[in-house]
Design a protein around this ligand. Structure first.
Ligand code: ADP
Length: 498
């Protein structure tokens, strides 16, 4: 292991886990890949290798799916009462709380993010979601249906678990995205094969240990590590009933195609280019802080990052100055350092991609209000960047950058239809925010925005009970809230002629 951290920042438990040999969890056993191959995991703060994990090939995917199938078809899991499932999920939440600091440290090393954010958001929100979903186990019900065909009938619906779920998650919130997926799947009574992103497989492996400690039956949760090829093998597998994916729109389309063989149920949460629309009456201090965190949180690596700002021309300059000031206050550095606000981006590939966009923005004539370049000389750090006076022809405005880069444009018309047209001028439709004191304007504009979530005077605030997902090319399906249960259940109608 090669983690250049000042002494005392990495706890003994996290260090021991990072130094341990990493294996995959299949059918309750920790195993190597059958090929014996491994791949390396890197520290984004310096680009050096941290450790290696097994590379799952098709035969490993077959084993994992068979274990999940066995657990679904024949194991004790599907015979448990809803309350018994609920108790297990709640226990898992308690254990995540117990191991919260350790998990946050592992996440911070693997992903680069500030350890404080990892504890509060990745672990903290994950615990809340598990507890929320634990409550759903006992509330998944059908309906009694009045029938109109001749004769006397008693008809009802049952909501049953969809079966074996392949869950493929990205690297921006590795543990949290895993929990977004497993929590409703477990609540519904499904079994899971999880594939974390190849850049950040470590907390998913630790999660497997904790799920075992909570007492879940063998095979209910399996984890395989590998890249897109492992993901594709899962997606194409004929014994998988459902695929849930979070990642890029490009790969999302491959997931949809790959699932067609046995017509798996599919839910995909994809890219975004979310607008933040600022009205002249907005509380400027609150708006400056909120729009800044709307783009810079997690180094901009959020699918709902507020990466396009539309601000009324009367407050545009003030907002730009405020954003530059906010950016200057953000401490850039290694995620494990307690005062870090912005860690590195995930990989050399993303670092190069974001730098390419920074160059493209400058070349296309965007004004660099702040940032616009890398930070430091090692690791994948990018300065928080504000581009002003951009326009919708520029690639920085059209495409998802997935870094701490925002494009700002002034508007000078109060017509809400025209503002909505600008805001909706994207292939994506994941999130949007409206900053104003006028709730009539907020409600009216919210109806015109084509996005799965519209925030008012906030951006990025998710809640366990609030459905989350995309319009347009940002995806299919809604995670969290009651809607997430619908993703993992299917309805059976029972019609009885009396
Ligand atoms: P990002 O752009 O955020 O890196 P990707 O969409 O490339 O996201 O990856 C998200 C997840 O999808 C990762 O776990 C990755 O390994 C997986 N993945 C990549 N390509 C494929 C594919 N063709 N089929 C299935 N999963 C894939």
């Amino acid at each position: 292991m090669n983690i250049a951290v000042p002494p005392g920042l990495l706890g003994a438990e996290a260090a021991a886990f990072l130094q341990s040999k990493h294996q995959m969890l299949i059918g309750g056993k920790w195993v190597d890949g059958q090929s014996g191959k491994t791949f390396d995991v890197f520290d984004p703060a310096n680009g050096r290798k941290i450790t290696s994990v097994p590379e799952a090939d098709k035969s490993d995917v077959d084993r994992a799916v068979a274990a999940a199938r066995q657990a679904f078809d024949h194991g004790p899991w599907t015979k448990m009462t809803p309350t018994e499932r609920s108790v297990l999920i709640w226990r898992l939440a308690d254990l995540l709380d117990k191991y919260g600091d350790e998990l946050a440290q592992i996440e911070s090393v693997d992903n680069g993010k500030p350890v404080r954010d990892a504890r509060a958001v990745d672990v903290g929100f994950g615990i809340d979601l598990l507890r929320y979903m634990a409550g759903w186990c006992t509330k998944i019900t059908g309906d009694v249906i009045p029938m109109s065909v001749p004769g006397e009938w008693h008809a009802y619906t049952l909501r049953e678990p969809v079966g074996v779920c392949a869950q493929i998650v990205p690297w921006n919130f590795p543990l949290l995205m895993s929990i977004w997926k497993i929590a409703p799947a477990f609540a519904a009574g499904c079994t899971v094969v999880l594939k974390p992103a190849e850049q950040t497989p470590l907390t998913a492996l630790r999660l497997g240990q904790i799920i075992q400690e909570a007492g879940f039956p063998d095979g209910v949760f399996n984890v395989v590590t590998g890249d897109g090829r492992t993901g594709a093998a899962l997606v194409e597998h004929p014994d998988v009933d459902k695929v849930a994916f979070t990642g890029s729109t490009e790969v999302g389309k491959l997931i949809v195609k790959g699932s067609a063989g046995n017509l798996k149920k599919v839910s995909v949460e994809l890219g975004g280019k979310s607008p933040q629309i600022v009205f002249p009456d907005a509380d400027m201090d609150h708006t400056i802080a909120g729009t800044a965190s709307g783009i810079f949180f997690n180094a901009g690596q959020c699918c709902t990052a507020g990466s396009r700002i539309y601000a009324h021309k009367s407050i545009f300059d003030k907002l730009m100055a405020g954003l530059a000031d906010e950016a200057s206050k953000l401490k850039i550095g290694r995620g494990l350092l307690p005062d870090t606000n912005i860690g590195p981006v995930i990989s050399q590939e993303q670092f190069d991609k974001i730098n390419g966009y920074l160059e493209a923005g400058k070349r296309d004539g965007a004004e660099v209000v702040t940032g616009g370049e890398r930070w430091g000389s090692e690791g994948y750090f990018i300065k928080p960047t504000v581009f002003a006076h951009t326009n919708p022809q520029m690639s920085v405005v059209r495409e998802e950058i997935f870094g701490p880069v925002v494009c700002a444009m002034p508007y000078d018309d109060d017509d809400l239809d025209k503002i909505a047209l600008e805001a909706n001028n994207t292939q994506f439709g994941l999130g949007a925010s409206i900053w104003t004191r006028d709730m009539s304007v907020a409600h009216k504009l919210a109806r015109k925005i084509k996005a799965g979530t519209v925030w008012v005077n906030s951006h990025l605030t998710n809640d366990v009970a609030l459905p989350f997902g995309g319009f347009k090319q940002s995806g299919w399906g809604r995670e969290m809230g009651r809607e997430a249960i619908e993703l993992y259940t299917q309805v059976k109608s029972v019609a009885i002629r009396l």
